[in-house]
Design a protein around this ligand. Structure first.
Ligand SMILES: Nc1ncnc2c1ncn2[C@@H]1O[C@H](COP(=O)(O)OP(=O)(O)O)[C@@H](O)[C@H]1O
Ligand SMILES: [Mg+2]
Length: 136
């Protein structure tokens, strides 16, 4: 697998979430994802970016394009040094929110993407990595 292109968007103020959405839309489109798939990826990015802003107050979205033989894809990694997620099982239950939200962000993003990995540790932060693959 060879990596083509990568970049990062800092998430510090609310408008950075919109900036991250725009970058993800551009990257997904450039890889050749269609309108529907791009919308799914952008929605997932929006939810994960908002979580960084809301629960950790700041962090970074790293993005990179992926290629595995005939298949290309995109990887998004949201990193923060916030409080961490105490109970991951609970966090992935639809409707569970510690922030008065809808509690659909994490489960929704997982459904919208092909792969998701989370590393989180109490007081040290959270890293959520998601990937989406596209057949040529
Ligand atoms: N980056 C994060 N840092 C700390 N806690 C998080 C983070 N992302 C999600 N969480 C926790 O997981 C819960 C579920 O997140 P989510 O499904 O996006 O729902 P919502 O944001 O509406 O609460 C949040 O309420 C919060 O407790
Ligand atoms: Mg959320």
């Amino acid at each position: 697998m060879s990596d083509d292109d990568q970049g990062a968007v800092q998430i510090e103020v609310e408008s950075d979430i919109a900036a991250a959405r725009r970058v993800v839309r551009e990257v997904a489109t450039s890889i050749g994802f269609g309108v529907t798939e791009t919308a799914r990826i952008v929605t997932a990015a929006s939810e994960l970016g908002r979580n960084v802003y809301k629960y950790a107050s700041k962090g970074t979205m790293h993005w990179r394009t992926l290629r595995n033989g005939e298949i290309s894809g995109v990887e998004l990694r949201f990193e923060d040094h916030g409080p961490g997620i105490a109970d991951l099982d609970e966090a992935f239950q639809e409707g569970h929110s510690t922030g008065g939200g809808l509690g659909m962000g994490l489960p929704g993003a997982k459904r919208l993407m092909d792969e998701m990995e989370i590393r989180t540790s109490n007081g040290e932060g959270t890293t959520v990595t998601v990937r989406k693959w596209r057949q040529h």
